[in-house]
Design a protein around this ligand. Structure first.
Ligand code: SAM
Ligand code: DTB
Ligand code: SF4
Length: 334
């Protein structure tokens, strides 16, 4: 499919991507901003709110994560939240202007009984008039179809990092497992949300390879979260050298150029970013954030702070059009 201002490509070479990273900063941001304006309203940002519906005691060993049972992070383990608590949190998020509610569970994969409960939550949140997203770990084909039938709008499953660096971060599931889950979500007709984490000690080449993997999927994820590592005490990645802020901005810009019709989300890690760095990320083409005081287990800037920042930058929060951007309706490419 042709995007505005050029074709949507799924055949980016690593040399092309590295050449984008190597551009002078101003040239890179100009290209990213041009791609952004050709495909999106320039001053509008989509906002999603997160809720951890099942916290801690996860069987996986993701080296960044506060919720892995393998790391001693002092996190209190919690059972699956009751439906009423989830609906109350979604209503509160809606009242503050959030349009999408993302529910995350610390599972390797959901059991079919878990899925029954999550489906009730999806239905209830949809009934409030919000878009729904869940992130529950690996899915089978049949589970993806059940979520589709429940009316789920987005499934989040990140590639996290390059295939080459992946083994330094996670050993309990493979990169290919992640690709398989994304394929099941795509085949079911659910919008795909997939991105990664920067600042885990990966190289610039790894960041380029992560974006290459995302951009060369048969269809671009509709939503691409770019997280800055939130360093949690007790995790193996605590104490990793911090990534240069301008390198983070460059990665957002390259994501915008490679996937011009996808929402690029400036995701975790914003509490450690200055307002000026976030403004550069928006200039580089980020057009979505997590909104509300908490991510899953760690802090996010308060809604008041974000509203003030948006006001200073003349940014509007996007209004939801429920169902308007279902993956089944929009052709290929974006
Ligand atoms: N357990 C499910 C899974 O991993 O697929 C879903 C929840 S998991 C917390 C969702 C994503 O959050 C991870 O893939 C990772 O990209 C991101 N994430 C988790 N902890 C993070 C941290 N400390 N800093 C930045 N991103 C993080
Ligand atoms: C994503 O890419 N980032 C979100 C969401 N998808 C699920 C999660 C960020 C988690 C940050 C650490 C925490 O709060 O536990
Ligand atoms: Fe478990 Fe997800 Fe955390 Fe990995 S990122 S340890 S799968 S909750």
């Amino acid at each position: 499919m042709n995007g505005k201002a050029g074709p949507i490509r799924n055949d980016w070479t690593i040399d092309e991507i590295r050449a984008l990273f190597a551009l002078p900063f101003n040239d890179l941001l100009f290209r990213a901003q041009t791609a952004h304006r050709a495909n999106f309203e320039a001053n509008t940002v989509q906002v999603s709110t997160l809720l951890s519906i099942k916290t801690g005691a996860c069987a996986e060993d993701c080296a960044y994560c506060s919720q892995s049972a393998k790391h001693d992070t002092g996190l209190e383990r919690e059972r699956l939240l009751p439906l009423d608590d989830v609906v109350a949190a979604a209503q509160a998020a809606k009242d503050k202007g959030s349009t999408r509610f993302c529910m995350g569970a610390a599972w390797r994969n959901p059991t079919d009984r878990n899925l029954d409960k999550v489906i009730e939550m999806i239905r209830a949140v949809r009934d409030l008039g919000m878009q729904t997203c869940v992130t529950l770990g690996m899915l089978t084909e049949a589970q993806a179809l059940r979520l589709r039938d429940a009316g789920l709008d987005y499934y989040n499953h990140n590639l996290d990092t390059s295939p080459e660096f992946y083994g330094n971060v996670i050993t309990t599931r493979t990169f290919q497992d992640r690709l398989d889950t994304l394929q099941h979500v795509r085949d079911a007709g659910i919008n795909v949300c997939s991105g990664g984490i920067l600042g885990m000690g990966e190289s610039g080449g790894d960041r380029a390879r992560l974006l290459q993997e995302l951009a060369n999927l048969p269809r671009h994820p509709e939503s691409v979260p770019i997280n800055m590592l939130v360093q949690v005490e007790g995790t193996p990645l605590h104490g990793t050298d911090r990534l240069d802020a301008l390198e983070f901005v460059r990665t957002i810009a390259v994501a915008r150029i490679l996937m011009p019709q996808s929402y690029v989300r400036l995701s975790a890690g914003r509490t450690d970013m200055s307002d000026e760095m976030q403004a550069l990320c928006f200039l580089a083409g980020a057009n979505s954030v997590f909104y509300g005081e908490r991510l899953l287990t760690t802090d996010n800037p308060g809604a008041d702070h974000d509203r003030a920042l948006f006001e200073r930058l003349g940014i509007n929060m996007e209004h939801a059009e429920l169902g308007a951007d279902r993956a089944t309706c929009c052709g290929s490419g974006g």
